[in-house]
Design a protein around this ligand. Structure first.
Ligand SMILES: Nc1ncnc2c1ncn2[C@@H]1O[C@H](COP(=O)(O)OP(=O)(O)OP(=O)(O)O)[C@@H](O)[C@H]1O
Length: 336
């Protein structure tokens, strides 16, 4: 196992007038054994960053270290990493056993050792009864487990996951998420996991890197990112529905933005803000009330058991004082 240190990482595609910098001076230290999720919208540079750690993409500037070694100029095979991809990348003509054993065969490990390592990984992943099948005879979730098994048998210092769950349906995704958590608890291997899904990020991460346009907006635990978002971008990217961001709510100083999450607004008989209801959505255990405050819109999340205001009516609500966030309207950064 090993730590990963990203120091002043820069990535530019193309040269001269066509140069396009997609990662800007990124710094992060991932501890030995830590599970870190890189999350952000499409095109923010998260796959590029992961691929640079893997050695599948050149590094334009800065250094990447795995443990004590600077790996900038090492081939992927020399970095002691294993990567799990979205499309599984299994060999269709090989059995599950051979797919999992492939890397060890290439590394010329003895046959007994290969069998022992594959059997152990198959046991952990509940694949023991499927070892003689071909990938086409497996479900999507089982294929993903084989891809993970192939990574485990190599006993790498670092696991890299590139959106490994995005081809699975919602139920399998949730189940595989739990399996990955369990696997990490058992093996404790330093892991970097890329996703655009904030729920996946919040549930899997010990710490998460939130990226936007090639910049790291925040690096923190899910609790820190949720409770103290570093910018309006993080505030609206993490959390569903997103945090309400209001520039003209009563009491908002000039040049500042008030942030309040939908669940942190309380309906009151009078006082506070006067809101007019646009629409109400029932989600099961809770209701979303979409309302207007002057010319701005906001959302409240209410327990389903509470009486909900009706569309077309007005009501009063008060933001919980200890849950209000302030951002600079110019820089969009959190005001301490
Ligand atoms: N080979 C390439 N040549 C030029 N530009 C590239 C290349 N690969 C990626 N880019 C650009 O780099 C930026 C980051 O891409 P990257 O694939 O890392 O984003 P991402 O956050 O992983 O997005 P997604 O979730 O859609 O995969 C994008 O603007 C993309 O267009």
């Amino acid at each position: 196992m090993a730590s990963i240190t990203l120091s002043h990482i820069l990535k530019t595609y193309g040269t001269g007038a066509k140069a396009n910098t997609v990662i800007h001076d990124l710094n992060a230290s991932i501890a030995d054994g830590e599970f870190v999720v890189i999350v952000g919208p499409s095109g923010c540079g998260k796959s590029t960053l992961l691929r640079m750690v893997a050695g599948l993409e050149d590094i334009s500037g800065g250094t990447i270290s795995i443990g004590e070694r600077v790996v900038n100029d090492l081939e992927p095979a020399e970095r002691d990493i294993a990567m799990v991809f979205q499309n599984y990348a299994l060999y269709p003509h090989m059995s599950v056993f051979d797919n999992m054993a492939y890397g060890l065969k290439i590394a010329k490990r003895p046959a007994e050792e290969i069998k022992a390592r594959v059997d152990k990984a198959a046991g952990i992943l509940e694949l023991s009864h499927l070892l003689q099948r071909k990938p086409r005879e497996l479900s999507g979730g089982q294929r993903q487990r084989v891809a993970m098994g192939r990574a485990i048998v190599r006993q790498p210092q670092v696991f890299l996951f590139d959106e490994p769950l995005s081809n699975l349906d919602a139920k399998l995704r949730a189940q595989t998420r739990l399996e990955i958590q369990k696997l990490h608890r058992e093996l404790g291997i330093t892991s970097l996991f890329v996703t655009h899904d904030q729920v996946e990020a919040m549930t899997l991460a010990q710490r998460m890197i939130v990226m936007n346009g090639g910049h790291m907006e925040q690096f923190g635990t899910p609790e820190e990112v949720y409770n103290r978002p570093a910018s309006t971008f993080v505030a609206s990217f993490i959390g569903s529905p997103p945090m309400n961001l209001l520039q003209r709510a009563p009491g908002t100083p000039d040049g500042q933005i008030l942030g309040i999450r939908p669940e942190h607004l309380d309906i009151t008989p009078s006082g506070g803000w006067t809101l007019s209801v646009d629409t109400v959505e029932l989600l099961g255990a809770e209701r979303l009330v979409h309302a207007r405050l002057g010319d701005e819109t906001l959302t409240l999340r209410l327990d389903e058991s509470l009486p909900a205001p009706q569309p077309g009516t007005t009501f009063h609500a008060t933001p919980r004082a200890d849950r209000v966030h302030w951002f600079d309207a110019h820089t969009q950064k959190r005001i301490a």
